[in-house]
Design a protein around this ligand. Structure first.
Ligand code: G3P
Length: 248
């Protein structure tokens, strides 16, 4: 056996997937930033956003998690000490599948878990159940996205780690769900916690400032899931600091 480091080990001193994400639970209230596939969050820019999230979390004590672009998940999870989530996983076992992402690879990448069923990447209910169960067996967290109260309640029956209710029509609009449609947040919290008191409930779509976050928390949400308000901001750190102010 040679003492030489493997190519993976050379990328970081200790190897891939050794960041803060591994096996981490998310503390609440929490802000979860989804980098999506925006040009403003790819490559180096995605790293910068992750570092800004880490900085703001360190400086303020706020709980912040990030969903890097899939191509950078392992590298970002290796360098930041906040929980990292995949944006999507597929309901497949390791094997002969092309272009799919397994839960096993997400775990090795150092992620704390994965978003599931985002409205921009919907899954069949049977696949959602498969992913929730398999993720739990691998000690990975699932944040399952839903589009309304009834679907949130149905998904709660599957016992995911967290549910994020996001009305699709508000995504990317800057019109916060917590302001424009407070009923969906309040009633999702009520219905989900009735099914599973332990489940974390987030809300998202259009969240851009501290007021939106404050409104979400006042409605009973455990945090927010957001993207464009930070990813496309001229000064993402200032926006994050404002968002964090709404957690208190
Ligand atoms: O995953 C977060 C999301 O769909 C909300 O997007 O841009 O409205 O914050 P945005």
């Amino acid at each position: 056996m040679s003492n030489e480091m493997t190519a993976l080990e050379e990328i970081t001193e200790e190897g891939l997937g050794i960041g803060g994400g591994i096996g981490a639970k998310i503390e609440t209230p929490v802000i979860v930033l989804n980098e999506k596939a925006y040009a403003e969050s790819k490559g180096e820019k995605g790293f910068e956003l992750a570092e800004i999230c880490e900085e703001v979390a360190d400086e303020t004590g706020a709980n912040i998690a990030i969903c890097p672009q899939q191509a950078e998940l392992a590298l970002i999870a290796s360098v930041v000490n906040i929980p990292c989530f995949a944006q999507h996983v597929d309901a497949v076992e390791p094997g002969s599948h092309t272009g799919f992402t397994t839960l096993e690879s997400v775990k090795d990448a150092g992620a704390a878990g994965s978003l599931v069923n985002h409205s921009e990447h919907r899954l069949k209910i049977a696949d959602i159940e498969y992913i929730i169960k398999k993720a739990a067996s691998l000690d990975l967290l699932t944040i399952v996205c839903t589009n309304n109260i009834a679907v949130s309640r149905a998904v709660a029956e599957l016992k995911p780690y967290a549910i994020a209710v996001e009305p699709p029509e508000l995504i990317g609009t800057g019109q916060a769900v917590s302001k424009v449609d407070p009923g969906i947040v309040e009633n999702t919290v009520k219905e989900v916690k009735e099914v599973d008191a332990e489940s974390i409930v987030l809300c998202g779509a259009g969240v851009t400032n501290g007021e939106d976050v404050r409104a979400a928390i006042a409605l009973g949400a455990d945090g927010v899931l957001l993207a464009s308000g930070v990813v496309k901001a001229v000064d993402p750190k200032a926006v994050l600091l404002d968002l964090v102010s709404g957690l208190r």
